[in-house]
Design a protein around this ligand. Structure first.
Ligand SMILES: [Zn+2]
Length: 103
């Protein structure tokens, strides 16, 4: 029986890229897509050989693969949130300049 997990999408460094963050603070990236499903693997797949996986079908995420073989990424997720906040601020600020001073 597959376990349903809560996942939120967080914008990544690359434009249009996303981090997929689970409620217990692990970060996944999408690596495969089929007609019915999308597949995600832990981003520590390469560095730690972590085999934790997620599958998304019908807007639900399911835990597949193994347990993580490393600590969760609470600190890293916090940093990503700060970076995204800055990016958002910068683009708000440049829209403000454009509208106000027409630059
Ligand atoms: Zn992992």
């Amino acid at each position: 029986m597959d376990v349903v997990v809560a996942v939120r999408q967080v914008p990544g460094e690359r434009k249009g890229g996303f981090h997929y963050v689970t409620a217990d603070n692990f970060i996944f990236h999408r690596y495969k897509r089929s007609a019915q499903s999308e597949y995600f693997r832990c981003r520590k797949y390469e560095s730690f050989g972590c085999l934790a996986r997620l599958r998304q079908t019908d807007h639900q995420y399911f835990k597949t693969g193994s347990e993580h073989n490393h600590e969760n990424e609470t600190e890293e997720i916090r940093k990503i949130a700060v970076v995204n906040e800055c990016v958002k601020y910068r683009s708000d600020y440049s829209s403000f300049l454009r509208i106000t001073y027409n630059v």
